[in-house]
Design a protein around this ligand. Structure first.
Ligand code: IPM
Ligand code: MN
Length: 385
């Protein structure tokens, strides 16, 4: 590919500053040619002027890009009228779910690998060997927005919230998890990824853990378990295990190094990925990718797992690591078809890791970190193949 068209959406709060720092780093890379087009939406500033977070034809406008890079969304100021997506503090996040669902980005990938120099909440030294990838179902499950409040405001009020799991939606996300596990096994064989550490399943090169709550949420659990077994049979070299979401949370804390790929529903994946972020150094270092693995013509959305942190917005105090690693995830995706991008992804990841190992996460401004990472990329040169 000659060049990649990227829509850059800095968004709200700390979004613009972490995005600016990230652009410095991207410019320092030897390639690929990225054509970055900055959009003023989705954002609250746009809402102030237009009465909505995004233009009505947002989907058509975004379809022309190869990839979307988003900073952060949310502004605690007086919010717009899409009440159902407003958190109690009035922060509006509607476009996040609109983008993911409207573009059919049904797979969300959130890796967790601890970074030396970033906070590590676990004292067990084995936790430093954690290298897991949560694959979160991104299009259905608990996020289908079906249900309602009956007899609202009365003592008999009843709120219902439907979860919907289709066989097709479940199968494609589970299959994607196995595909990723197979790729990680290949990376380990090539020495590009550390070998599995003290895996509970012994010698397998890769493992997929499926997460449900089948002891209480029966039908969804049955479907997920059944489909998981069917797909797993096609990947005999990959170890499998099943965890209930509650036990899985416990094991993420007590023995995270035993996980490899973890596949979970929308809500379970949401919860697990905040937990996974903390294992890797906090929300400040957690990247995220929303993809349609079946169709590369759909522009994926790359966004840090963190929010807009309005309390420190504009103060040059945010650390851009999560945004930088999110940009690296974008390069990794481009790298599936573009070797220059694949090398740049590694270079960017390495520069961020080295910067944090040397300086830790605090004490420097956002822009300063961006310049330092860019400088490190320039002096390090290309990684050996
Ligand atoms: C995330 C966020 C969103 C989600 C919220 C803001 C709707 O928590 O990206 O994980 O639940 O997906
Ligand atoms: Mn979340």
């Amino acid at each position: 590919q000659e060049s990649w068209q990227v829509a850059v959406m800095p968004g709200d709060g700390i979004g613009p500053e972490v995005m600016a720092a990230t652009r410095h780093a991207l410019e320092a890379l030897p390639g690929p040619a990225l054509v970055l087009t900055e959009l003023g939406w989705p954002a609250h500033a746009w809402h102030r002027d237009h009465g909505e977070m995004m233009p009505a034809d947002w989907r058509g406008q975004l379809a022309g890009y190869d990839a979307l890079l988003l900073g952060a969304l949310g502004d605690p100021g007086p919010s717009h009228d899409a009440q159902r997506y407003c958190l109690p503090d009035g922060v509006s996040l509607a476009p996040l779910l609109q983008l993911r669902k409207g573009l059919d980005l049904w797979a969300c990938e959130r890796p967790a690998v601890p970074l030396a120099g970033a906070p590590m909440p676990l004292s067990d030294p084995r936790a430093l060997h954690t290298d897991l990838l949560v694959i979160r179902e991104n299009s259905e499950g608990e996020y289908v927005d079906q249900g309602g409040r009956l007899a609202a405001g009365t003592p008999r009020e009843t709120a219902t919230q439907l979860e919907v799991f289709t066989r097709a939606g479940t199968e494609r996300i589970i299959r994607h998890a196995f595909e990723r596990a197979a790729r990680r096994a290949e990376e380990r064989r090539q020495g590009l990824r550390a070998p599995r550490y003290a895996a509970a399943d012994g010698a397998a090169d890769a493992a997929v853990c499926v997460v449900t709550k089948r002891n209480a949420v029966q039908y969804a659990g049955e479907l997920w378990s059944e489909v998981f077994a069917e797909v797993a049979a096609e990947y005999p070299g990959i170890a499998t295990h099943h965890e209930l979401i509650d036990a899985c949370c416990m094991k993420f804390v007590s023995q995270p190094w035993q996980f490899d790929v973890v596949v979970a529903s929308n809500l379970h994946g949401d919860i697990l990925t905040d937990l996974a972020a903390v294992l890797a150094g906090g929300m400040g270092v957690a990247p995220s990718a929303n993809l349609n693995p079946a169709d590369r013509s759909v522009p994926p959305l790359f966004e840090p797992t963190h929010g807009s942190a309005p309390d420190i917005a504009g103060a040059d105090r945010a650390h851009p690591a999560a945004m930088l690693l999110t940009a690296a995830a974008m390069l990794e995706w481009m790298g599936e078809v573009d070797p220059v991008a694949a090398r740049s992804a590694v270079q960017l990841q390495r520069a961020v890791a080295e910067d944090i190992a040397e300086h830790g996460m605090g004490g420097r401004g956002c822009a300063e970190v961006g310049r330092a990472v860019a400088q490190r990329i320039r002096t390090a040169g290309a990684p050996s193949a």
